[in-house]
Design a protein around this ligand. Sequence first.
Ligand code: IVH
Length: 739
Amino acid sequence: MNDPVRTAMIGLATGEDEVAVVPLEVADRHRALAEELREHRWNYYILDAPTVSDEIFDSLFHELEEIERRYPALVTPDSPTQVVGPPPSATFAAVRHPSVMLSLDNAFSPEEVRAWHHRLVGAVGEDEVAQSGYLCELKIDGLAVDLLYEDGALVQAATRGDGRTGEDVTANVRSIDVIPRRLTGAPRGRIEIRGEVFMPLQGFADLNARLVAEGKKVFANPRNAAAGSLRLKDPKLSAARPLSFLCHGVGLTDIAFERLSEAYERMAAWGLPVSDQIAPAATIEEVLAYIDDLGRRRHDLSHEIDGAVVKVDVVALQQRVGQTVRAPRWAIAYKFPPAEVTTRLLDIRVGVGRTGRVTPYAVMEPVVVAGSTVEMATLHNASEVERKGVLIGDTVVLRKAGDVIPEVLGPVLALRPADARAFVMPQQCPACHTRLAYEREGDADLRCPNARSCPAQLRERLFHVGSRSALDIEGLGEKAVDALLSAGLLVDEGDLFTLTSDRLLTTDFFTKEIPVDDPQWTGEGRRKKISRTVLTENGTKLLAQLEAAKTKPFARYLIALSIRHLGKGIAPALAARFSAIDALRAADAETLMTVDGVGPQLAEAILDWFTVEWHADIVERWRQAGVVCFQPGAGEAAGERASAGESVEPILAGLTIVVTGTVPGYSRTEATEAIIARGGKAAGSVSKKTDFVVAGDNPGSKYTKAVDLGRPILDSDGFAILLAEGAQGAKRWLDETDH
Ligand code: IVH
């Protein structure tokens, strides 16, 4: 053991009478990685309970591949790089696939996709690749299943398992609606159809809601839910799960195809589900454009994907380029950049929101995640900080939930420094030093009770008054609010309409100096310039916008008042029923709850709001300032709808309408207001009961759902007809425009 060479290196037989020398620590790392990856595969495929994210798995796998590339002697037949997945579990009968089910090699950047293309060109020549072209597909996040059809009848369905042998899940697969038990018009013979079983997002949400209601454990993500559901022992239970399937290939086949695209066309004609997102690409540039576009749309789809798959289209060329033991050379999976990263938690601070809620938030070393730099993330409340187990100084895992909102997942314990310290929730408001308190017993959130004057709460409330869904006052942005407060011009939002040019002239933010002729100058010939303080364009704009805001619809004022639980979802319905502040103030809880969507919690919050003295004062001062819907008798006759230039005919009465995406010419609130003002119901989700779906630009998954359920879909022109003429007009428009 004293021999330095023997302790630092090991010799491995290469099978060619040679001994390859591998540094000992590399061999150790290889063994550890291989063991860890096997364990992760077992947890993922067999137990449906992964313990690490896909990104972490991929990076470990990549490290193992790199080691084996440098030291090929370490490659053994059972290395995770050489096998497709773990062998089947004992729960289901094992079945041998008629032909091997392979996995896919991954690319993590456009450059790696390009490199794959160049390897193909290098192997078979540019012309061959160009003549074939590529097919671009979604990489569906589910589990691969092999369907065996004989003379058009489904005879067997199996999971991928280790690629050679999978689990017999025929009984469960038969209950998946979209998988035909018999193919329509398929020729005689055997064909293995490969595809992905997955759970659409809506089905996943519904299933988890059901599990919560039954007091059962929920699934962490749709993939686990799909795998768990397909592998339930009782096919009847599996049948009740919202599983779906999309084809992504062919195994052994008696039916010949020249191209994969031709196979997909025929599969669709036989009644098999084929994705409408598959697109041909003539060049690698087109492939990269598809990937780029898909990256932007990935969250608009009705199911989860984890990337794109690019395949050579011509089957003969696929056969020519062949495969490794694990994956075909004629296909590559592009994986979206990791949405999970690690960074250092520098501090935990607290912020005070509009309603006084005190929220701890993480301050981190800036890090790029899913395309943007993140340095702060909310931690919600003190018990959430404790639940996550993070200490200040920790290295933390950060992800973007839905790729938008950054979320701290937890600490990397192995990297915890000795001086890491726990966060302590302050006892006093960081903005006004009032003692923090829970409003009710059992509340999760501490609040600052100094609602009227706490500078942090006031700042957030004023900013909210100017926000797009409230009074939409562009000039009342964060900087303007800060300037108004530090100049002492506002005690609370009740003072907003008392702003005049004279008062704004006392601030630096809204003023500028301009040179003017000195009227006092009496000297001959020359003129003397002096400077005069005038309002900036922002200042003038703010005053004009405040004046214009006085005639805005009541729904917007309802939002502007910062009443707890009263947001843009319910405000139009409340405004349609009560039309002005006096009518709302006069309503009791029972009357308030006659409005669709108003429950006891909101009714109580509205009643409570009016009992606070300084709230009544805001109403009074806004009334005095001339806000139309705050005037006595407002809304009784022509009312605010007329002032907003809208018809009050209830032509949409009894109709449920869902708006998705941005409808040109309308903000989301305006579109909702327009529907409710005409007696319609503006619903948040599409169901069989939806009468019309209005799809603007960039519609989301509601659009896909509307298509799936066959609901009538209107664009902005159709919406305008619906608002002007009601359902009849919209239906006529749909017929005439051939929708
Ligand atoms: S083709 C021989 N196409 O990804 C090629 N696979 O990471 C084998 N997957 O095991 C697969 N979407 O479960 C292919 N459009 C797609 C896919 C896809 C998802 C899954 C499949 C495969 C895994 C490899």
